[in-house]
Design a protein around this ligand. Structure first.
Ligand code: BTN
Length: 335
C-alpha cells in the first residue's frame, strides 16, 4: 500500500503557515495583501481562514481593510513548530495535525495499516471520541490537553508490547517533572496521578502476527490547561494548571515528552524489558507494598503489591494467601 501523503481532516499546510506568520509577527498588524502573497492564496481566502481560526478560538484581531494581528500567541501544536523543535529526532519527521478529530489513536492505526514509517506523530487540538482504557472515553477539551499518538514498528513479540505503555508513563513522568517540578505518581499499568487524581493516561494498541508486532500505537493524554472538568470526572481528574497554579505551554510539554520517549525507547530496544521494569519499580510507589483492590473483569480481590514480573506484570499477594500475577485490570489503592 502506498504511504499516505494527506489524510482527510489534517490541518491545511497553508492555514498552518498563516498561523505561523501571525505568530512570528504577533501584535504587529500584517496586511491581508502581504499574508495572501506570502502564503500563496487570495485575499478572500485569507479572510475566510482568519474567520476559521477565530472559530477555533485563536484570537486574531483586525479586519480585511486594516490587516490582521494576533492578540496573544496561541499554544497550537502546528506541525511546522513541532518539526522545528524536534529536528533530527525520530519524531521530527512526520507530524499529522488536526484541529479536531475523533481520536488520534484511530488516525494512527489507519496510518499503521497504510505502511506509514515508524515515528509518525498524530496530534489533535480536540478529540470528539477520545479513547481511554477498557472502553472508556477520554475527555479531550479543545486546546486544554495534550492528545498525541506515536506510531512505532519495534521488533518485539506481542507479549512485550504492553511494556511500551509503562515506558510512555515513565517518559511522561520525566517530562512533567522537568516542566513543572511536580512528581506524578505512576499507577500500573497506565495512569499518571497527581495528589491521587488523574493527570494523564496511556492507551497502547497494536497490530500483530502471532509472534511479531507489525506496528504499535502509543496514545498519550495529559491534562495541561484545564481549569475544571465536567460532571462525572470533576472529582477524580486534575491538570498541570490546577496542581501547579500556572498555565504551561502544551508545546513545551510535548517537546519534552517526545524527546524523553525517544531516549527511553532506544534504551528499551537496546537493553530489553529489564530497563523498563526496573525503572518503573523505582518510580512507581504503587508497584511495591501498596494495599490495592484489583478488578480483572473476571474477579475482584484485595492484597498487597509485591513488585513486577520480568515482563512487567503486577504481582499481588492476596489477603487469601495466594499470589496473583495481574495481566490486565483496574488497580485502586485501598486506604
Ligand atoms: C486511559 O487512561 O484510559 C488512557 C487514556 C489515553 C488518552 C489518549 S489521548 C490521545 C490518544 N487518543 C485517544 O483516543 N486516546 C489516547
Amino acid at each position: 500500500m502506498p504511504q499516505v501523503n494527506t489524510l482527510p481532516g489534517t490541518t491545511d499546510k497553508r492555514l498552518a503557515a498563516l498561523l505561523t506568520l501571525l505568530s512570528e509577527n504577533a501584535t504587529i498588524v500584517i496586511s491581508g495583501a502581504r499574508i495572501a502573497r506570502e502564503i500563496g492564496v487570495s485575499r478572500s481566502t485569507v479572510w475566510r481562514w482568519v474567520e476559521q481560526l477565530r472559530e477555533l478560538g485563536v484570537r486574531v484581531k483586525g479586519q480585511q481593510l486594516t490587516g490582521y494581528f494576533l492578540e496573544k500567541v496561541p499554544d497550537i501544536l502546528t506541525p511546522d513548530l513541532v518539526r522545528k523543535r524536534m529536528k533530527g529526532s525520530l519524531f521530527g519527521k512526520r507530524v499529522f495535525h488536526f484541529f479536531k478529530t475523533d481520536s488520534t489513536n484511530r488516525v494512527a492505526m489507519e496510518l499503521g495499516y497504510a505502511d506509514e514509517p515508524e515515528g509518525a506523530v498524530v496530534l489533535a487540538e480536540e478529540q470528539t471520541a477520545g479513547r481511554g482504557r477498557a472502553g472508556r472515553s477520554w475527555h479531550s477539551e479543545r486546546g486544554a490537553g495534550l492528545y498525541v499518538t506515536l506510531l512505532l514498528r519495534p521488533k518485539l513479540s506481542p507479549v512485550q508490547a504492553p511494556l511500551l505503555t509503562m515506558l510512555a508513563g515513565l517518559s511522561a513522568h520525566t517530562a512533567v517533572l522537568a516542566q513543572t517540578g511536580l512528581s506524578a505518581e505512576l499507577k500500573w499499568p497506565n495512569d499518571l496521578l497527581l495528589n491521587g487524581k488523574k493527570l494523564g493516561g496511556i492507551l497502547t494498541e497494536m497490530h500483530a502476527e502471532p509472534n511479531s508486532v507489525r506496528f504499535v500505537i502509543v496514545g498519550i493524554g495529559i491534562n495541561v490547561g484545564q481549569e475544571k472538568f465536567p460532571g462525572e470526572i470533576a472529582a477524580t481528574a486534575t491538570s498541570l494548571r490546577k496542581e501547579s497554579g500556572r498555565l504551561h505551554s502544551r508545546l513545551e510539554v510535548l517537546v519534552k515528552l517526545l524527546s524523553q520517549f525517544e531516549t527511553d525507547y532506544n534504551r528499551f530496544l537496546r537493553e530489553g524489558a529489564a530497563y523498563v521494569v526496573q525503572r518503573f519499580e523505582l518510580v512507581s510507589g504503587f508497584a511495591n507494598g501498596k494495599r490495592v483492590k484489583v478488578d480483572t473483569g473476571r474477579e475482584t480481590f484485595v492484597g498487597m503489591t509485591a513488585g513486577l514480573s520480568a515482563d512487567g506484570l503486577l504481582i499481588v499477594k492476596r489477603d487469601d494467601g495466594a499470589t496473583t500475577t495481574v495481566i490486565a485490570g483496574d488497580v485502586s489503592e485501598v486506604m
